[in-house]
Design a protein around this ligand. Structure first.
Ligand SMILES: [Zn+2]
Length: 263
């Protein structure tokens, strides 16, 4: 009995130490991340979901260059808000990893807690053998076989750990919309919040509109990156085909500290 207790106490202590190490590590990087004075390093770790060979081949062909449009987008948008940094982001391709644990479908607090612990453990294991210096932001890009009508699991970006898990279709045709999803989750890790109504996926006015002042209001030309869609009419919005059709609106810019930066 006593021995069982001792093991349990030890196990809890170990978990607490791991949690503290993870949290401590992330806390140190947090203040630096949104100062926009130095280039932020992002690493994308590709994951092949399932055993589809075409998906594996698609992932094999990825290079750091595949993700250059993400860095270009952030440079362009930060520049529009007067951030004077030539290269706010640098995106590198990391080594492939295994499949991350998926969030629970019925999200009770206990299940979410269990999942987030599993996720922390999985992340630690997935990253411990990655070569090179630690990046500021880590994105796991999970590529799925593009099957018509099949919905992907929800992507997520976590500010606390600066980790994003992005579910994408392994298809050249989807490259543009994949990039929009990646930037959306990437900006979550930097403190940007969603600006769409989860009940109907419509961008919320005005924060989820790239050009809220535009007259007439509809159709909008761009999607606000955290609003997610281009509003065409009060009840219609479409997913942007690429980052060319996507902008960072003023509300998101403020969350990213591109505006109203304290001195
Ligand atoms: Zn989101």
């Amino acid at each position: 009995m006593a021995r069982g207790n001792a093991i349990r106490v030890l196990r809890q202590a170990t978990l607490a130490i791991i949690a503290a190490a993870l949290l401590g590590g992330t806390w140190l990087t947090r203040t630096r991340a949104t100062s926009w004075e130095e280039t932020l390093w992002v690493t994308v770790y590709p994951v092949v979901a399932g055993d589809d060979e075409a998906t594996a081949r698609y992932v094999d062909r990825l290079t750091s260059e595949s993700f250059a449009p993400l860095a270009d987008f952030v440079a362009r948008e930060a520049g529009r808000y007067g951030i004077d940094l030539e290269r706010p982001l640098r995106v590198d391709l990391g080594e492939p990893t295994s499949m991350p644990p998926l969030p629970p479908e019925a999200a009770t607090p206990l299940r979410v807690m269990a999942w987030s612990l599993k996720l922390r453990w999985w992340t630690w294991r997935a990253l411990k053998d990655q070569p090179g210096p630690d990046p500021d932001i880590r994105l796991f890009a999970v590529y799925h076989d593009p099957v018509d009508g099949v919905a992907l699991p929800h992507s997520l970006g976590m500010k606390e750990s600066r980790i994003g898990i992005v579910h994408l279709f392994a298809s050249r045709r989807m490259r543009g919309s994949n990039q929009v999803i990646m930037v959306h989750e990437l900006l979550h890790t930097l403190g940007a919040t969603d600006k769409y109504d989860p009940a109907n996926n419509l961008p919320v006015f005005p924060a989820g509109y790239a050009e809220a002042e535009r007259e007439p209001r509809y159709p909008q030309r761009y999607a606000e990156v955290m609003g997610g869609r281009i509003p065409l009419a009060p009840d219609t919005a479409e997913i942007p085909a690429s980052l060319k059709k996507t902008r960072v609106g003023p509300a998101t810019a403020a969350e990213l500290r591109w505006t109203d930066v304290e001195g």
